[in-house]
Design a protein around this ligand. Structure first.
Ligand code: UDX
Ligand code: ADP
Length: 484
């Protein structure tokens, strides 16, 4: 079906996306690339972020994603625009995507579990105020089930209070399933696109955009609540697989089984499949924890305590895995890491992203610093200022020791640009992110400069043991125990 087949009010020309973050930026860039007939304005209140999206040097975009520079380069200034003109862009838009942050509430009812919807609510109020004519409003951010009802109610009540009969709205849920690090390829070739809603014409208007590059069989239409729940459920299932394999990694270390062999053996079962079976230091990222907490909160609110307990245990295993690794490091280094230098390889929550939100590296580093270790942290993409922010300044030695803690006491960290420097004088090096550059380390040479008995803790299975030709050093691999 082509655009011309729709009633005029569903012909889409101008799109506004509120929120230029990890979801809004890449998603709109790919839509602009695939739909040159659409005009897309991505708006954000954060001026610095918008400046970064507009920076001439495509290496300076606010987000690192393989292939993002190319799609932005193709479209920016042609049919893709980044600005802070929220009201103006909403006014022109036939379709508004809400793509703002929805962190876990830190106070009040539902604190620590429920999503904080202040940003979504404020967007809905902006849309109600500035929209003209008929506007399709789309939830793109991951939201608790029934948020669409909140958005609808705000849109309609603000509209009524202005006595504006010209305005009308349709609300859809269109959750994003992209994973960071593969966002552009996920967007260009998704497993499925999910559109939830009640308004048939609005659903088809959105489906029609996706049909520019995605076959119709992959575009699933559901009711609003199924769509909202499917997003939470997909993330909860993926996280549950990671916690399952991580729980068994501990079992393997105790018994002599090898988690990589176990993953392979079970992953070859067609019914199980081989994805999300890599043991590691625990899952991170902005979605898994937040979405499970949400599911737990909603389940409890609905009186489904057993359901809530079930999903909560996925998070408990994840926290336990991070603590377990930290404790393993301490016990291996003779129960004492005070003033001992430890190299940390990787701070991002996974490779190919500069995102460190909920990264297991944060909790593991903090615990090591509490034990007064001296950390030398390397990450190819996460910036020093972000590492400092994540570890909350208190442990930082970025200004070469102008901080509260004196050097003699340990308990501080330094960010290193060169991998090799994390090995000099270190008692241990811990691999926390599976970056490609860590797979090709010259182990024999680098480990020479460590303090014996020295250890490499590989929490991501990046070391190929046949390559690990070092007589200087012991190696511990997650789910496989101690080697050498
Ligand atoms: C996830 C979902 O995959 C995506 O569909 C959703 O839109 C957002 O949340 P993301 O957080 O970008 O995406 O990363 P993902 O690749 O899912 O990894 C999440 C965490 O699990 C990472 O810390 C990763 O290292 C960890 N993980 C993943 C494992 O430890 N083992 C695995 O086998 C897979
Ligand atoms: P996500 O990972 O879901 O994309 P991010 O935190 O990366 O989340 O991005 C969300 C963006 O939304 C932030 O840049 C924030 O400034 C922006 N934002 C939040 N509320 C509003 C609002 N009311 N109007 C415009 N932008 C907003």
């Amino acid at each position: 079906m082509v655009q011309g087949d729709y009633p005029k009010r569903f012909m889409i020309k101008n799109i506004c996306c509120i929120g230029a973050g990890y979801v809004g930026g890449p998603t709109m860039s790919v839509i602009a690339d695939r739909c040159p007939h659409l005009n897309i304005n991505v708006v954000d209140l954060n001026k610095k972020r918008i400046e970064a999206w507009n920076s001439k040097d495509l290496n300076k975009l606010p987000i690192f994603e393989p292939g993002l520079d190319e799609v932005v380069g193709n479209t920016r200034g042609k049919n893709l625009f980044f600005s802070t003109n929220v009201g103006e862009s909403i006014k022109k838009a036939d379709m508004v995507f809400i793509s703002v942050n929805t962190p876990t509430k830190s106070r009040g009812i539902g604190s620590g579990e429920a999503s904080d919807l202040s940003w979504v609510e404020s967007c809905a109020r902006d849309v109600a105020k500035y929209a003209e004519g008929h506007t399709i409003v789309i939830e793109k951010s991951t939201l608790p089930v029934k948020t669409a009802a909140t958005i609808k109610s705000i849109l309609n009540s603000v509209k009524n209070s202005f006595k504006d009969t010209e305005k009308s709205f349709a609300v859809l849920s269109n959750p994003e399933f992209l994973a960071e690090g593969t966002a552009i390829s996920d967007l260009k070739n998704p497993d499925r696109v999910l559109i939830g809603g009640e308004d048939h014409d609005a659903i088809e208007a959105l489906a029609n955009i996706y049909k520019s590059w995605i076959v119709d069989e992959k575009i699933i239409r559901t009711n609003l609540w199924s769509s909202e729940l499917s997003k939470l459920a997909a993330n909860a299932f993926l996280a549950q697989r990671v916690s399952s394999i991580n729980s068994l990694s501990a079992f393997c270390e105790e018994t002599g089984a090898n988690i990589y062999e176990v993953s392979k053996a079970i992953g070859l079962d067609n019914r199980i499949g081989d994805k999300f079976l890599k043991a590691g230091p625990g899952f991170g990222g902005s979605c898994f924890k937040k979405d499970i907490l949400n599911l737990v909160y909603l389940s409890r609110s609905l009186g489904l305590d057993e359901v809530a307990d079930y999903w909560e245990s996925v998070l408990q295993i994840n926290n336990w895995q991070q603590k377990r690794i930290y404790k393993k490091i301490v016990s291996t280094l003779f129960g004492n890491i005070s003033n001992k230098q430890i190299g940390i390889l990787g701070f991002a929550f996974k490779s190919n992203t500069n995102d460190f939100r909920e990264s297991p590296a944060i909790s593991i580093c903090r615990d090591l610093l509490e034990e007064r270790a001296i950390l030398k942290i390397h990450d190819p993409k996460v910036e020093a200022k972000d590492i400092e922010k994540a570890l909350e300044n208190e442990f930082s030695d970025i200004d070469n020791c102008n901080n509260k803690k004196s050097r003699d006491q340990g308990g501080y960290f330094v960010v290193e640009k060169e991998i090799e420097k994390t090995f000099y004088n270190s008692h241990a090096v811990v691999i926390l992110t599976e970056w490609e550059e860590y797979k090709i380390i010259d182990w024999e040479n680098f480990t020479k400069n460590m303090i014996a008995p020295s250890w490499i803790f590989d929490t991501r299975n990046v070391i190929d043991e046949s390559d690990f030709k070092s007589n200087n050093c012991n190696i511990w691999k997650i789910g496989n125990g101690i080697k050498n």
